[in-house]
Design a binder for this molecule. Structure first.
Ligand code: KE4
Length: 430
């Protein structure tokens, strides 16, 4: 496949943009080669600057659940833009999107918008610290909550991919306030609370961890976090930036019945435009300025175009949409698993709604330590073999795959067929 256009574009970008990208994972560091520069996208497909077309399983890392350039979303953004792009004042559309979120997410009675998942999680821990008067947070190794300092300790996603899960520039003081324990290890969480019974403000968790690959909670793990945070007077934060309106309309908490104190959201609720959000019960959320004493602000928070795109996207997601997305995800993961099995390749797979993941390891994968046993070199070869066949998976083993309303059974079956051929090529080169 000719990608000379992407190569030239990457050289030009690197001259004026550090690493040639504006978000680390896009640089293909984990899989090698030149990142694909996309020129346009429609439905389930990306088209790069060389005219190569790819069936997209990254979907901008989750937001494009309706597919790229969905007519309803494009029209909503076009119409909003004709009335101005930002006012810096409240608008009724923010209330409309907030009402959709409050109606869908069980634990959320009020929600505050910002412009990214990172802003949402950073504001959420500030709120937890303000409400409890405590400083420390507990996070899980391999979970990723965006690029705010407090989270860049044993972080997942691209921090893990490029080997800087503990970024330079994060102060010792910040790191001291962040306790890191293994995912799925409730005993380690209890031990951390026993060592710090009065100083932990919150536990922040990806209820389905999708930034070290897809790692699902073991039975009882989320319930244990709920009980432990209640026992020790800390808040439980579900970071549903990736899972919110993705694994179900109300996120993990709607599927599994564990209600957090604060929920962070992003991605799908912006329909591809910059939106982050954090919400919870009124008695917690009312602690935010201007009525309360925990500060939050943002020039483009609740932006008219972003809220228009988010509303249009959420309006496209009915119960039947989620049922069909889950059916397609299961069809894909069962097909891939059969390919891996038939080729004798050790693997572990997981699905949740329209989210799926696979590791080249003989599993089970329950935390970062077991995820890191995966054969990332084989993943990189498989990634490129699929890319050359026109299928775009995440350029890192430590990410997940996503489906959209634009994917259909035929495309799933084509993907599985290509995977058989691609794996043979990738496995032969080991
Ligand atoms: P953003 O600041 O990138 O909008 O959101 C941060 C974030 C917070 N919480 C969770 C659970 C997330 O998955 C993310 C962002 N996810 C990554 C993909 N694994 C974004 C891709 C990127 O970094 O470019």
């Amino acid at each position: 496949m000719n990608r000379s256009g992407s190569e030239a574009a990457f050289e030009a970008a690197r001259r004026v943009i550090p690493g040639g990208v504006n978000s680390t994972v896009r640089a293909f560091k984990a899989v090698g080669g030149t990142p694909v520069f996309v020129r346009t996208a429609r439905g389930a497909y990306l088209t790069d600057v060389d005219g190569n077309r790819y069936l997209d399983y990254v979907l901008s890392w989750g937001p494009m659940i309706a597919g790229h350039a969905h007519p309803a979303v494009v029209e909503a953004v076009r119409d909003a833009a004709e009335h101005g792009t930002s006012y810096g004042t409240p608008t009724e559309r923010e209330t409309e999107l907030a009402e959709l979120i409050v109606d869908a997410v069980p634990s959320v009675a009020k929600v505050r918008f910002c412009s990214s998942g990172t802003e949402a999680t950073a504001n959420a821990i500030r709120l937890a610290r303000g409400v409890t008067g405590r400083d420390m947070i507990i996070k899980f190794a391999g979970c990723y909550h965006g690029s705010a300092d407090a989270f860049l300790i044993s972080a997942g996603s691209s921090a893990l991919t490029i080997g800087v899960p503990d970024s330079k520039g994060v102060t010792a003081g910040t790191a001291r306030d962040t306790i890191v324990v293994p995912y799925n290890d409730a005993a380690a969480v209890r031990a951390a609370f026993e060592r710090n019974p009065e100083t932990i403000a919150c536990v922040i968790v990806e209820p389905y961890a999708a930034n070290m690959g897809l790692v699902l909670p073991l039975p009882g793990f989320l319930h244990a976090l709920r009980a432990l945070t209640r026992e020790y007077g800390a808040l439980l934060i579900f970071d549903e930036v990736l899972t919110g309106f993705r694994v179900a309309r109300g996120g993990v908490q709607a599927r599994d019945g564990v209600l957090p104190d604060i929920t962070t959201l992003g991605k799908v609720i912006g329909g591809g435009l910059p939106v982050g959000a954090f919400g919870g019960p009124a008695e917690i959320m009312d602690r935010l300025t201007p009525d309360g004493d925990v500060f939050q602000a943002g020039t483009l928070s609740g932006n008219p175009l972003a809220t228009a795109a988010g509303i249009a996207t959420l309006r496209l997601l009915g119960d039947e949409s989620y049922a069909n997305l889950e059916r397609l995800a299961n069809r894909l993961i069962e097909g891939l698993s059969e390919v891996f099995r038939s080729r004798g390749v050790p693997h572990a797979v997981a699905t949740a709604g329209s989210l799926l993941g696979f590791f080249f390891t003989d599993g089970p994968v329950t935390d970062l330590a077991t995820a890191k046993k995966a054969d990332t070199a084989l993943y990189a070869r498989f990634f490129h073999a699929m890319l050359d066949r026109g299928f775009y998976f995440a350029p890192s083993q430590f990410e997940a795959a996503f489906l959209s309303l634009a994917h259909d059974d035929g495309e799933i079956d084509r993907t599985v067929a290509a995977a058989d051929d691609a794996l043979a090529e990738a496995y032969a080169c080991r």
